[in-house]
Design a protein around this ligand. Structure first.
Ligand SMILES: *Cc1c(COP(=O)(O)O)cnc(C)c1O
Length: 380
């Protein structure tokens, strides 16, 4: 089954009892038992048919063994961290999502779980960071906001040789463009708030595991901790997923055009997009994914100019988040990455003049014209 067909026919299609082609919203908390202990569903924290349909669908799309839906991307990431115990050590991508960084450096620290942040696009650094008590490698590829690419196959080999869990946050590529389980990941997770939901109207997280043991472990955590996704939001994600392929294709078409446009401008200092041949991760990304996605970061030279640009765009809305039908624009240093000390930010390459865009599904020419007028009107 091709990806675009799987988006519609994967998981559980429709509803067996009524023939409804759309999975109904089972707005229910508890279920009648035919006798004590004789039931399919017991209680909606443990399981709900609408959530089950979504969980089966994401498992199919990622080519994994089982799927899980959480109340947010962070809830899914927290569930993964709850697999570990005091004294364990994790190796993490250095420019990991800000919320993940906060969770790992505050709450996990309190639980005495150690983390080392390394540039995972350099496998030698990952090998060097592994200790006796290391239990997992956790990566994002491409990363936010500099779109650095990590070699999935290489990480899998390192993880396998040290008996580590290999976890991938696949939010930026979506299951439409990249399937890390096929390349050896044990767990793949998403902030479904972004491309999977796709319409800026739901906060959710999805997680897929590749083994029966991890299925049991994650379900135990999901049910015990209770950060489950409700039936309405589960339904919205199923609905969003139906058009994921169409949206990603359109987004990527515009993003490629915008990256070329930005790259040709002499007043733009640098452009980060894995789809550009000049991007250091271009060839690797092309090998492990089928598309380059819809995120670009570019440096306009100064904090002041970046502020002028984001003020003047009309279709690019100034907002955090990404992956929706509407195009968004932000300044990482002042917004998503503001909690990172400036010195550390500069080390990572997140300069004051860096602007990040998430390209929506508006008309490509309108988007180019919009960026052009904002850049022209902000000459420094
Ligand atoms: C947004 C995001 C998260 C967190 O997800 P929420 O749904 O906001 O909790 C995690 N990872 C990445 C890459 C993200 O972009």
């Amino acid at each position: 089954m091709q990806k675009k067909t799987q988006l519609i026919h994967g998981g559980i299609f429709g509803d067996e009892t009524t023939g409804a082609v759309s999975t109904p919203i089972y707005q229910v908390s508890t279920y009648k038992q035919d006798g004590v202990g004789n039931f399919t569903y017991e209680y909606s924290r443990t399981g709900n048919p609408t959530r089950t349909a979504l969980e089966a669908l994401i498992a199919d799309l990622e080519g994994g063994h089982a799927g899980f839906a959480f109340a947010s991307g962070m809830a899914a990431i927290s569930a993964v961290t709850q697999l570990f115990k005091s004294g364990d050590h994790l190796v993490i991508t250095d420019d990991v999502y800000g919320g993940t960084y906060r969770l790992l450096t505050s709450i996990l620290q309190r639980m005495n779980i150690e983390v080392t942040f390394v540039d995972t696009s350099n496998a030698a650094l990952v090998r060097a960071a592994i200790r006796e008590n290391t239990k997992a490698i956790y990566i994002e590829t491409p990363t936010n906001p500099l779109l650095k690419v990590t070699n999935l196959q290489e990480m899998k080999e390192i993880a396998a040789s040290h008996d580590l869990l290999f976890v991938v946050d696949n939010t930026f590529s979506t299951p439409y463009f990249q399937n890390p389980i096929a390349l050896g990941a044990d767990i793949v997770l998403h902030s479904a708030t972004k491309y999977i939901g796709g319409h800026s109207d739901v906060v959710a997280g999805l997680l897929v595991v590749n083994s029966e043991q991890l299925k049991k472990d994650i379900h135990f955590i999901q049910n015990s901790v209770g950060a489950v996704l409700g039936p309405q939001d589960s339904w919205l994600l199923i609905r969003g997923i139906k058009t994921l392929g169409l949206r990603m294709d359109q987004t990527e078409k515009s993003t490629k055009a915008l990256a070329s446009f930005l790259n040709e401008r002499s007043d733009v200092v640098s452009v980060y997009y894995p789809g550009l041949h000049t991007h250091p991760g271009h060839e690797l990304h092309q090998k492990q994914a089928t598309g380059f996605g819809g995120m670009i970061s570019f440096d306009v030279g100064s904090k002041e100019r970046a502020e002028q640009v984001v003020k003047q765009t009309r279709y690019f809305t100034l907002a955090e988040s990404l992956g929706a039908v509407e195009s968004l624009i932000s300044i990482p240093a002042q917004m998503t990455h503001a909690s990172i000390p400036r010195e550390r930010r500069l080390e990572l390459g997140i300069t004051d003049g860096l602007v990040r865009i998430s390209v929506g599904i508006e008309d490509t020419d309108d988007l180019i014209a919009d960026l052009r007028q904002a850049l022209d009107g902000s000459m420094s």
